[in-house]
Design a protein around this ligand. Structure first.
Ligand code: 1CP
Length: 410
């Protein structure tokens, strides 16, 4: 959990006094606080199941491929107008219940001055890997002003989302049950320190992240310094997105599934908690409690935090224990089992197997229905994939899944 000392350290690293959400922030202004997504992330069941897709913006969309021609991936992420347009594309096309900001987990590394690029067809690649204590000590600091293109991209996205509505539900009986009121919320995201360290130490994508895991054991001090550095850089990136208007924050620890529970708990979880301490203090008035005439001051909720990893079935409880509100589940553990492992008290997100997206529709439909059924064991459920949209996916299948999920009731 976040301790006062990690919070203070994070705040001093930010080099600024803690500042809360502005009155015009979509959550504070009430534009997204009653949306299906935020309702479900808060542990309540809206009348319609919310749905969005990891990697919904990207190569499965022809309009994305067209816009990206001639622009390097990181340059696209740092062009506010382009990043904003790409973020909006899947919302317009699929009528999903959330936008996720078009960026990448390595963007804050690039902004800090790390020599990193995203190579087409491969992923993030470093000029020089970070392998020794001296390499870690030489890592640059992130100037908060460098995050300006991220903040601006989020602001333009929020403006674009105003007025875009997720697909309407089938007619509901009472007006008050219309949970689709308001704007589509934007999810901000960042990579967890371990997943970033996996790229930094390996120098690029890898299978078992063996060099990173070796550094963890061979030089625990250098590892700790690297994780602390990554936590503050990625936490600042996440905070910038939330301050600029994102209504939820997702921490991707995509490669944490390579770790034993013991290694995760000892060598990784404290840094992930430190990363989240950068956004933990950001709160908004709870729309349900504010409506209560008895309570004079509105009850504050923290901006919901989602934590996701691949192959992390053994780590679900530990990943929740660092102080997250929602757990994203990959496709390997059925949602009823994931919910059981979490004591049936944690909102879940997931976990359609991306491999089904290329199957005939009746097979897709049966799988989606099963995922929804198993998700009923959790207090609330946001339907998603168990990992990203494969680039070769026919986008019309995603649109059809949205229609199906929205027709299934709460
Ligand atoms: O040219 C291209 O189109 C490059 C493909 C691509 C895209 C579209 C990369 C390279 N990153 C992205 C965008 C991106 N990355 C998003 C966009 C928002 C959306 O979901 O629509 C997000 C959330 C990410 C996050 C990300 N990047 C993660 C965590 C999520 C996950 O998929 O596990 C990871 C691990 C990365 C690293 C990365 N960036 C790109 C690739 C191909 C990879 C993975 C490389 C590897 O296998 O190690």
């Amino acid at each position: 959990m976040t301790t006062p000392s990690t919070r203070a350290a994070a705040e001093s690293q930010r080099g600024e006094a803690a500042q809360g959400l502005a009155p015009e922030h979509p959550l504070v202004a009430g534009r997204t606080s009653r949306s299906r997504l935020i309702t479900a992330y808060s542990g309540r069941r809206p009348d319609v199941l919310p749905v969005w897709f990891m990697r919904q913006a990207g190569r499965s969309l022809p309009e994305y491929r067209e816009l990206r021609v001639g622009t390097n991936m990181l340059d696209a992420c740092l062009d506010p107008a382009l990043a904003s347009e790409i973020t909006l594309q899947p919302v317009r096309r699929h009528h999903v219940d959330a936008a996720i900001f078009f960026s990448d987990i390595v963007v804050p590394l690039k902004l800090a001055g790390v020599d990193i690029d995203i190579v087409p067809g491969k992923g993030p690649v470093l000029g020089t890997p970070v392998r020794t204590a001296a390499d870690v000590a030489a890592l640059p600091t992130l100037d908060m002003d460098a995050l300006a293109p991220v903040s601006e991209g989020v602001r333009q996205t929020i403006a674009g989302l105003a007025g875009l509505e997720p697909q309407a539900a089938a007619p509901v009986e009472s007006a008050s049950a219309d949970s689709a009121v308001g704007d589509v919320p934007l999810i901000g995201f960042a990579g967890a320190p371990f997943t970033l360290a996996a790229y930094l130490v390996e120098g690029g994508p890898s299978k078992d992240h063996i060099r990173a895991r070796t550094l963890m054991h061979a030089d625990p001090d250098a590892w700790h310094a690297l994780m602390t550095w990554a936590a503050d850089i990625t936490g600042s990136f996440l905070r910038a997105q939330v301050l600029a208007g994102a209504s939820a924050a997702q921490l991707f620890d995509s490669w944490a599934g390579a770790l034993s529970l013991d290694d995760y708990t000892r060598h990784v979880a404290p840094a992930s908690a430190r990363a989240l301490s950068h956004v933990r203090d950001l709160t908004y008035p709870d729309p349900e409690r504010a409506a209560d005439p008895v309570s004079a001051t509105p009850v504050q909720r923290n901006v919901p935090i989602v934590h996701f990893g691949v192959g992390t079935g053994e780590l679900l409880r530990a990943m929740h224990d660092i102080g997250t509100d929602v757990i994203g589940v990959d496709y390997r553990v059925p949602l009823d089992e994931a919910s059981r492992r979490l004591g049936n008290i944690v909102p879940l997100q997931g976990n359609i197997d991306p491999a089904f997206l290329g199957a005939p529709w009746p097979i897709v439909e049966a799988h989606v229905r099963e995922v929804v059924e198993r998700g009923r064991n959790a207090p609330s459920h946001v339907v998603n994939l168990g990992h990203g949209v494969p680039p070769e996916t026919d986008p019309s299948v995603l649109t059809r899944i949205v229609e199906l999920v929205h027709g299934l009731g709460s």
